[in-house]
Design a protein around this ligand. Structure first.
Ligand code: NAD
Ligand code: UDP
Length: 316
């Protein structure tokens, strides 16, 4: 039987990975301390005979009884609002937590897949970003607890690969959105959707000309599955190359929500990256992967789910 541990399995991406792995017939060990995740994300899996929820902080010694095929290390605060309020926890889970996940994979002879991030590129001076670009990160700035934790996580993953022969893969995940994001996690898409559905002003930072390239969660899950079942070490970019300004994203969200919320301009966070777009040539070539869901379709699906959470009258 395929047995897989998913750290951070109670979070946004982790819970979708648990769903997919169970659907594919695996036994799943979801390890989470619910620092930023929610039990609701996996409540529908309670009682599933192949699903095990382990309430545990992965910065402590982490163990699962019996064999494991793989460890997917997704535990970490991920939104700027979350990691700014949890700076030490973020650095610990990226460092000690990643080492514990690697140690678990090593003990079991399992493949280890790290959820790294496009934030390793910082405010990029190369556009779009290929995996060969080393990035432009401020090591002491307000995003450094996250960016440097992930850069350390990548380094320690490579050290275990080379020094301990652990079978590793690194995914550099670009902004992903979809069902189960917390409406209050502060990231652009859940914030804009919640504001639009409530008829509140949509808070675009700066003049909104900064860009992001957002990927729908189902596409991300497929990319992670392909990386999991390959022997590619990576890092490999997993993201949707369609680039949009944040102002255009806000306007699109407003249209999909059929909202008349005004757009209001607020202060741009310090070190907010100016542009971000993945070069996905490597994922295409080595994993045969590219995203399939366009942003309009992805937003329609996401908005329907959010409506039931934040504005039930909209959904009716
Ligand atoms: P999330 O906050 O919804 O999920 C993270 C999960 O990790 C949460 O359930 C949280 O409770 C758990 N966690 C945090 N610290 C832990 C600890 N010490 N022990 C056990 N569990 C812990 O965020 P997400 O968006 O699902 O992100 C998942 C992973 O993907 C993160 O590693 C993140 O850095 C990475 N990532 C996400 C995106 C994105 O756009 N969503 C982009 C790049 C990278
Ligand atoms: N953003 C915004 N309004 C918000 C939240 C975010 O304009 O209410 C902007 C943010 O400044 C950034 C972009 O949207 O330029 C993406 O931010 P997010 O927090 O989603 O992700 P990240 O900065 O990590 O890419």
């Amino acid at each position: 039987m395929t047995r897989i541990a998913v750290t951070g399995g109670g979070g946004f991406l982790g819970s979708h990975l648990c769903d997919r792995l169970l659907n594919d017939g695996a036994e799943v060990f979801c390890i989470d301390n619910f620092a930023t995740g929610r039990a609701e994300n996996v409540r529908h899996l309670f009682g599933h005979p192949a699903f095990h929820l382990i309430h545990h902080d992965v910065t402590r010694f982490t163990h699962v009884k019996g064999p494991l095929t793989a460890v997917l290390h997704f535990a970490s605060p991920a939104s700027p609002v979350d990691y700014s309020r949890l700076p030490i926890e973020t650095l610990k889970v990226g460092s000690t937590g990643t080492m514990n996940g690697l140690g678990l994979a090593r003990a079991k002879g399992a493949r280890f897949v790290l959820a790294s991030t496009s934030e390793t590129y910082g405010d990029p001076k190369v556009h779009p970003q290929p995996e060969t670009y080393w990035g432009n990160v401020n090591p002491v700035g307000p995003r450094s607890m996250y960016d440097e934790a992930k850069r350390f996580a990548e380094a320690v993953t490579m050290a275990y690969r080379h020094h301990h022969d652990v079978n590793t893969g690194i995914a550099r995940i670009f902004n992903t959105y979809g069902l189960r994001m917390r409406p209050d996690d502060g990231r652009a898409i859940p914030t804009f959707i919640s504001q639009a559905l409530r008829g509140e002003p949509i808070t675009v930072s700066g003049d909104g000309s900064q860009t992001r390239s957002v990927c729908y969660v189902d596409d991300l899950v497929e990319g992670v599955m392909r990386l999991l079942w390959s022997d590619l070490p990576g890092p490999v970019n997993i993201g949707n190359p369609t680039e949009l300004s944040i102002l255009d994203t806000a306007e699109l969200v407003r249209t999909v929500c059929r909202s008349d919320s005004p757009i209001t301009f607020v202060a741009r966070p310090v070190d907010d990256p100016t542009a971000r777009q993945p070069d996905i040539s490597l994922a295409k070539e080595r994993l045969g992967w590219e995203p399939k869901v366009d942003i309009h379709d992805g937003l329609m699906r996401t908005v329907s789910w959010f409506a039931a959470q934040v504005a039930p009258r909209w959904a009716a």
